[in-house]
Ligand binder design. Structure first.
Ligand code: ATP
Ligand code: MG
Length: 404
């Protein structure tokens, strides 16, 4: 934990600076000061790792104080904040090392803090989770359906819960099926505030880590966090693609894995999610309309650079005679023009029971064929074993690791 001291005589901006910093898990707000003339003494007594100086209340006083502070404490990094580029430049001449222009977003602040504190400590003292995220290790998987009811949500929830079971991971599921999403049925969370993605979108300009964290409801048994779809369908309109981009970027700071359950409407919010994803799992079944839509979707995504390359086709409910129309895997691959990446068996007993219980398969039916297959999929996606204590030792007989 790194200790930070701030000075800002203007109460309103000091307040928002405080709120911003309180949400950052690797800093501790050691001291807060409302007068430039007292800040020097505050630094001597609190000896923080970083000083943050807001310049705009009185630039002359602030710059003089920065000159004195940097002369007396040459090792103390100083970060300045202002609307005025000229003042920021002068603060650098006086000894400040980092600056941010008003208005300061959470992303800007996090990046500046990481740079400032990472350089002083060699990055070793930032909290473990933060440094893991800092290395860009966060992975985003979008799950898209080829028609209604093919198992998109089932796959998204259970893959996310499987990833969450690895103690080195922090996984979150984002329900981007904004109007009709039901991931919160398969993953029932209780006792959390009702903050949905619509509330985040409405407050996007004031978004801080605390509010974001409160919106992420945790399913305690699996350790998986979920950002829920809007409570009211009418709220869907408040969520734009820019909101999705910003929310996902912020979540990437705190989570190693984000799994996105998309709508089937290819809305701008879905397209943004597809662009931001590292991989797109296109869920299908071995029947005509689903496979035809796979072809159409791959063609459509091919219109945008990089999107089609990220697609991996996953056949769900393999072996369900009532669904399959005698289409072989080979035939399906010929039609799609792409290899089938994975198959998940039809396993209604386990899947339905888990859904009714509101728990993911890894908790409700860890030995089920569907869960074993999803566990195999997680390993195949990451090319390494995913440690999920509940299924360790079981031999996964399902799944198919196709050519990429
Ligand atoms: N592997 C499976 N074996 C048996 N049943 C399954 C399997 N996968 C999904 N199902 C069942 O299929 C139904 C639809 O699944 P799900 O809600 O995940 O699909 P979806 O594509 O998200 O649907 P929607 O179009 O409503 O978003 C559910 O009743 C679920 O229990
Ligand atoms: Mg769904």
């Amino acid at each position: 934990m790194q200790r930070v001291a701030i000075v800002d005589p203007t109460e309103s901006t000091r307040e928002s600076l405080r709120t911003l910093l309180l949400g950052v898990d690797f800093v501790w707000l050691e001291a807060e000061c409302a007068r430039y003339e007292y800040f020097f003494d505050v630094i001597q007594t609190s000896t923080p790792d970083l000083a943050i100086v807001a310049l705009d209340a009185d630039k002359t006083k602030a710059l003089t104080m920065i000159g004195q502070l940097s002369a007396e404490n040459p090792k103390l990094p100083i970060l300045t904040i202002s609307h005025d580029h000229q003042a920021l430049l002068m603060s650098l001449q006086k000894g400040a090392k980092y600056f941010l222009t008003h208005p300061v977003t959470l992303e800007d602040m996090l990046a500046a803090l990481r740079r400032a504190l990472g350089e002083t400590t060699g990055g070793t003292e930032l909290s473990q989770g933060s440094t893991a995220r800092q290395s860009g290790a966060s992975s985003v998987i979008a799950v898209l359906g080829s028609r209604g009811g093919v198992g998109t949500t089932t796959l998204a929830v259970n893959l996310a819960a499987t990833l969450a079971a690895d103690p080195t991971h922090a996984a979150a599921l984002i329900d981007l099926d904004l109007a009709l999403g039901d991931a919160d049925i398969a993953l029932e969370v209780n006792g959390f505030e009702n903050i949905s993605i619509a509330d985040l979108a409405r407050n996007i300009e004031r978004l801080d880590m605390n509010f974001l964290r409160r919106a992420m409801a945790k399913h305690e048994p699996s350790g998986l966090s979920i950002l829920r779809h809007p409570l009211e369908i009418a709220e869907v309109g408040v969520i734009h693609e820019g909101h999705v981009e910003r929310i996902l970027n912020l979540l990437k700071i705190s989570y190693t894995h984000l799994v996105l359950d998309l709508s089937k409407s290819l809305l701008p919010t879905d397209l943004m999610a597809l662009r931001m994803a590292d991989l797109i799992l296109l869920t299908a079944q071995l029947e005509l309309s689903s496979l035809r839509n796979v072809v159409r979707l791959v063609h459509c995504l091919g219109g945008e650079e990089n999107l089609a390359d990220k697609v991996r086709v996953v056949i769900n409910r393999q072996g369900a005679e009532t669904i399959e129309e005698g289409i072989s895997l080979k035939k399906a691959e010929e039609v799609i023009g792409k290899p089938i990446f994975w198959q998940i068996p039809n396993d209604p007993k386990a899947v339905i029971a888990a859904r009714v219980a509101g728990h993911p398969l890894i908790k409700h039916a860890p030995k089920s064929r569907a869960q074993q297959s999803i566990h195999g999929l997680a390993q195949a996606l990451y090319g390494k074993p995913v440690t999920t204590p509940d299924v360790r030792g079981s031999k996964g007989g399902w799944g198919f690791f196709g050519k990429r």
